[in-house]
Design a protein around this ligand. Structure first.
Ligand code: ADP
Length: 488
């Protein structure tokens, strides 16, 4: 199999800059592609966190101003664990510390169309014959709206194949018509089947229109975004491009999320040593101020507290929950009314319900290990990581049947118990009552120790590593490269 030259373009990369799943994917997927023997390079803005991490980065190219609104910049090269990084250096655009998209007041940065227009323009350049470095990509892989204009440049100016991955279709990067000229795009690109979207320039829509291939982060989400309910106005375009669209489930970092080595846990365990999980439950109960008891079912939540995550359901079934032999440990932060609702819930049921507001990576590990069951009733979930962590930690999840949740969680039934796939609980419908019923079902199921063990083990034995995803992306790249050749 021939080696591919892949440019992976991203606006965030863990551990240096992360606001969500894209940061994790950008750390894991290029590393897995590199490990599989491909020549992959990551292009990312040289934010202060990257400047600090790579003070020895070398100058790879001086980049002239490529469009009326785009400033000159520099390309620096560095390396992390053997993986080459290309840092797009332009202090006037990327020199602010903190959130990569927002200013100090939490508003979108005014110059975002220029900041991410430049990222896209340089990404395209690295896939074109006049690449400024001694290397040209066969395929430029962009992610979300922030790099989505690269396929547009490659379409209008020529160059390599492109792939765009949608991590969340709700963020579209919409800006005024005037940016067409400042980004150096031709006026004839302003069409409904071009870059225009309801009178604006939408980076995401433009990328989805012109990328050679499209992927999203789970097979079910790939189907859902063709539906008006999930597609945020892009459903017709997604249906139009269905033959170019794939769903590839994200992997997880199976070293960081490993219950047999996790340094945050008081007791390590594995699928064949599950009795040792129990100590993590009592430690978590103690840490969170819950009554220490094993016979109650401890439900865990780790989440952004937003409408998407569906946790408002829990606030509507307070009395019903309180009547169950259960406890609840919540870690989250987000919308003010949800934070207030959960704080009040914990006050109402001390010892039974505990809530910690904030972001706490270490506690997240202890909840995954200490809880009996994980709650993730998201209204939509492109892929979702926490349900995979909980499956791996022997903590069967309750989920809605949407996106990546539907692709990873198999509801317990006679049939799925018999064929050893049952690993969690799927809400039967979208109501608070269904949520309560699922929690009640878990409380009833857990005392059947043999059956519960089987459900835990089925989840723990599934392979969630990046290896499979990397393999699927490589075939998508090859497909994109062949399709691009046919276009020429
Ligand atoms: P999303 O990316 O939509 O927020 P995911 O489940 O895909 O949801 O990923 C969320 C990631 O953020 C997981 O790694 C999860 O553990 C972490 N996380 C979310 N909220 C918190 C929190 N309050 N404290 C610690 N980790 C959190």
């Amino acid at each position: 199999m021939s080696q591919l030259s892949i440019l992976f373009v991203t606006s965030e990369m863990a551990p240096w800059v992360k606001t969500g799943g894209l940061g994790d994917v950008s750390a894991a997927l290029p590393a897995a592609l590199h490990k599989a023997g491909h020549d992959v390079r990551v292009l990312i803005p040289n934010y202060p966190a990257l400047q600090a991490a790579f003070p020895q980065a070398r100058l790879a190219a001086q980049l002239p101003a490529l469009a009326p609104g785009l400033p000159p910049a520099r390309l620096l090269s560095a390396e992390t664990d053997g993986l080459p990084l290309l840092l797009l250096d332009c202090p006037e655009l990327y020199g602010h510390a903190g959130n990569p998209y927002l200013d100090d007041h939490g508003h979108d940065r005014q110059d975002n169309p220029i900041r991410f227009g430049l990222l896209s323009r340089i990404a395209a350049l690295l896939g074109q014959a006049h690449s400024p470095i001694d290397w040209q990509a066969n395929v430029v892989h962009v992610n979300d709206w922030q790099s989505a204009m690269a396929p547009v440049y490659l379409h209008f100016e020529g160059g390599s194949a492109s792939v765009i991955t949608v991590h969340n279709i709700a963020f579209m990067g919409c800006f005024g018509h005037e940016y067409l000229a400042s980004l150096g795009l031709p006026q004839h690109a302003w069409r409904f089947d071009g870059v225009e979207f309801h009178g604006q320039l939408s980076f995401l829509k433009a990328g989805l229109q012109f990328a050679t291939r499209i992927s999203t982060v789970s097979p079910t989400y790939a189907r859902e975004i063709q539906d008006e309910h999930f597609g945020y106005g892009l459903a017709p375009l997604m249906r139009h491009r269905e033959s170019a669209l794939r769903g590839i489930l994200n992997g997880i970092d199976t070293e960081i999320w490993n219950p047999s080595t996790d340094p945050e846990l008081v007791s390590h365990y594995a699928a064949n040593r599950l009795a040792a999980k129990r100590k993590n439950k009592s430690a978590l109960q103690e840490e969170m101020g819950l009554e220490v008891a094993d016979d109650v079912t401890l439900f865990g939540v780790i989440s952004r507290l937003t409408h998407q995550k569906g946790l408002d359901l829990l606030l509507t079934i307070q009395d019903g929950m309180a009547a169950l032999p259960m406890q609840l440990a919540v870690l989250g932060s987000g919308e003010r009314d949800l934070e207030a609702g959960f704080s009040a819930l914990a006050k109402r049921y001390p010892g039974k319900i505990a809530v910690k507001l904030g972001f706490d990576e270490a506690l997240a590990h202890r909840i995954e290990a200490g809880a009996d069951c994980f709650l993730m009733p998201s209204r939509f979930e492109p892929c979702g990581l926490n349900q995979m962590y909980s499956l791996r930690y022997g903590t069967p999840p309750i989920v809605r049947a949407t996106g990546g949740l539907a692709d990873t969680v198999v509801d317990v039934s006679e049939e799925t118990l018999a064929n050893m796939t049952a690993n969690g609980f799927v809400l039967r419908d979208d109501t608070p009552h269904a949520m309560w019923l699922a929690m009640e079902r878990v409380c009833r199921s857990r005392p059947d120790k043999r059956q519960w063990l089987r459900i835990q083990q089925n989840g723990m034995r599934r392979d969630f590593s990046w290896k499979q995803a990397a393999h699927d992306y490589i075939s998508l790249y090859r497909d994109a490269i062949s399709a691009r050749e046919l276009e020429r």
